[in-house]
Write a protein that binds this ligand. Structure first.
Ligand code: PEP
Ligand code: MN
Length: 346
């Protein structure tokens, strides 16, 4: 008897797009065959696809909802579909769909999100809210709030990476600090990582999945297709069912461990004391900047005195860790510090 893998709590998998009844059934069957090792929560598929190029394949549309009802009956999967309008929601409800996700190109638009939320008022469906394409945490939070406001109870966030300049490795930049900030601001909202759209290719997905779980994400969304090289969309990033199983087999879940907890407790207390001092010192520094500003105003001196700022930078650099990462941080920190000082000096 094969044991269910010790996998993340929530796994959503399925093809990028609904292409044909045969494709959906072939993929669903191969994922179903993994049921003794993988506990799938939702079978995903894009019925209506938001494509950049209007000549690209757009998903087969509403017709696929009937096929999904059959898949649900035959394999017992809960079904999750992308919606981008109130009309999509209506069709999903009519066709017994269990969950919907709001795509990255929809989350950016508060009018669209509100219309979808209104259509889902008090709905028992699970709603997954993907991050907006641009790295704006407030748009993401705002979209989640619109569903909370209409009484949707099961809401989760999906991190699928962000479109930023100068990202050359991944299809979308991970910017892990943004989902981590979301975790702090909305601790009750589970967060999943869509490793497929984040990575954009197969080889990077294992590391992305592991990183997400190390950060404490609650689950993964993964595009799986029975024949990725024939897929009509996102063929480079969809996994074969066997690759999907392999990826999950090779994941290690962070475990709770008493020795680690004790060691962390000591270090975290040290950090807390350091942070208290940094915070007090920074406040003291700001007060001193205000005194300098008053002197400059009194004597009609300009706020910006480049020679003086150079000396400040030297003080930080002379006391810096010899570490490239830290130097980069220092550079950004000093820019921010200088900006703030100049602002206080009018
Ligand atoms: C998708 O999951 O198929 C999709 C289109 O995702 P995103 O909105 O993240 O681009
Ligand atoms: Mn896709």
């Amino acid at each position: 008897m094969v044991e269910i893998l010790n996998t993340p709590k929530i796994i959503i998998a399925g093809p990028c797009a609904a292409e044909s009844k045969e494709q959906l059934f072939a993929t669903a069957k191969e994922i179903y065959d993994l049921r003794f090792t993988i506990d799938l929560q939702f079978f995903r598929v894009g019925v209506w696809k938001p494509r950049t190029n209007p000549n690209d394949f757009q998903g087969v549309g509403t017709e696929a909802l009937g096929w999904l009802q059959e898949i649900k009956k035959q394999f017992g999967f809960k079904i999750c579909v992308e919606v981008a309008s109130a009309e999509h929601v209506k069709l999903c409800v009519k066709n017994d769909i269990d969950a919907v996700w709001i795509g990255a190109r929809t989350t950016v638009n508060p009018f669209l999100v509100q219309a979808i939320a209104d259509a889902l008022k008090n709905s028992p469906l699970t709603v997954f809210v993907k991050n907006p394409v641009n790295p704006d945490i407030n748009l993401w939070i705002g979209a989640i709030k619109r569903f909370q406001n209409v009484g949707v109870e099961k809401i989760m966030a999906i991190h699928r990476g962000f479109s930023v300049a100068n990202e050359h490795v991944y299809r979308n930049a991970p910017c892990w600090e943004i989902p981590m900030a979301l975790r702090l601001k909305m601790p009750d909202i589970p967060i999943l990582c869509d490793i497929s759209h984040l990575a954009g290719s197969v080889p990077l997905q294992q590391t992305i999945a592991q990183t997400a779980l190390n950060y404490g994400f609650d689950g993964l969304m993964i595009e799986v297709h029975h024949a990725p090289d024939q897929a009509l969309s996102d063929s480079k990033q969809q996994l074969l069912p066997s690759q999907f199983a392999h990826l999950l087999q090779n994941i290690s879940l962070p475990t709770s461990n008493n020795d680690a907890d004790n060691a962390l407790f000591i270090q975290r207390n040290l950090i807390k004391n350091i942070d208290i001092q940094i915070s007090k010192l920074l406040s003291k520094r700001m007060e001193t900047v205000d005194k300098i500003a008053a002197i400059k105003t009194q004597h009609n001196l300009p706020p910006l005195q480049p020679e003086q700022w150079k000396k400040v930078v030297e003080v930080y650099e002379n006391n810096a860790l010899d570490d490239e990462n830290y130097r980069q941080f220092l550079e950004e920190f000093l820019l921010l510090l200088h900006k703030c000082s100049l602002k206080r000096q009018g």
